[in-house]
Ligand binder design. Structure first.
Ligand SMILES: [Fe+2]
Ligand SMILES: [Fe+2]
Length: 283
């Protein structure tokens, strides 16, 4: 059983296992507390103060992440058209990015908690705890930027489509890695540099600088995804590219949309043989 205890040297108490601490990050509805717990969990894990834990003990994982009352979550088709001009446009863009990063926080810590019993080396969790820490940082930076713009996360409605990726891939770690880092985060590599240029051209250097940080970090997240996807395929004796095509077709609705940032994808170890056939077949 994982009793909550205080983690020495940190203000935010964490439970004594990674599984339970990661579960709590996802379940926590207060967003400041969620971010603090993500930071504290990473700190405790990297200072080797947390055991790995097991999904066979402790409470079940939340089916949906803990969230505050606001923003109102709408089906993607019900989302109002976003303003794209002036201060309202800036706020709408940063708000939508903050929402994506908040989902990334929950998706990553859910991965850590859900697959904690997998026969993988400890370095697997080092990588994903690092990702979970960085997603919390991305959300915090964007939430802070919203405050600078005189707004707050929760002011605008947000779409409810992103958690579907978690639900569709909860059954299998290879499916989770195929869809989250290797489809969704890889898509971020395609669009973020273009977005940063546009934002900078519009005179918003501070938001552009945040996008630069996110882009740099996300490249590494995709690289972790590619590395561990290959590791699992190797372990299971299946060829990675056909396995990827099969999982994406089964678990991800929608086409992989070009143009692709081939260079950044390749640098992250996501070579065209993974994604190009899906764009051709589904696009
Ligand atoms: Fe992120
Ligand atoms: Fe990420």
């Amino acid at each position: 059983m994982t009793d909550a205890g205080t983690t020495a040297g940190d203000d935010t108490p964490t439970p004594d296992t990674l599984r339970e601490s990661a579960r709590l990050v996802v379940a926590t509805a207060d967003l400041d507390a969620k971010v603090d717990l993500a930071y504290a969990t990473a700190k405790a894990w990297f200072s080797r103060r947390l055991g790995r834990g097991s999904g066979r003990v402790g409470p079940a994982l939340a089916e949906r992440p803990g969230r505050p009352e606001k923003p109102v979550l709408l089906a993607p088709r019900d989302m109002p058209r976003r303003s794209s001009v002036g201060l309202a446009g800036r706020i709408a863009l940063v708000h939508s990015l903050a929402h994506i990063e908040l989902n990334a926080v929950d998706l990553t810590w859910d991965l850590v908690a859900r697959f904690v019993d997998q026969p993988v080396p400890r370095s697997f969790f080092d990588d994903w705890v690092q990702v979970g820490l960085e997603e919390a940082k991305h959300f915090s930076m964007l939430a802070e930027r919203l405050r600078e713009l005189g707004a707050a996360y929760g002011d605008l409605p947000a779409h409810d489509g992103l958690w579907q990726a978690a639900e569709a891939t909860g059954f299998d770690l290879r499916a989770r890695l195929a869809v989250i880092p290797l489809v969704l985060e890889a898509r971020g590599l395609d669009v973020t540099p273009v977005m940063a240029d546009k934002v900078r051209a519009g005179g918003d250097d501070r938001t552009a600088a945040i996008l630069d940080v996110i882009y740099r970090d996300e490249k590494r997240h995709v690289a972790f995804g590619a590395k561990w996807f290959r590791f699992l395929c190797d372990r299971d004796g299946v060829p990675p590219e056909p396995a990827f095509h099969d999982l994406v077709r089964r678990c991800f609705r929608g086409a992989l949309k070009p143009p692709f940032n081939d260079r950044a994808r390749s640098e992250a170890g996501l070579t065209p043989g993974f994604y190009k056939p899906l764009a051709v077949l589904k696009g």
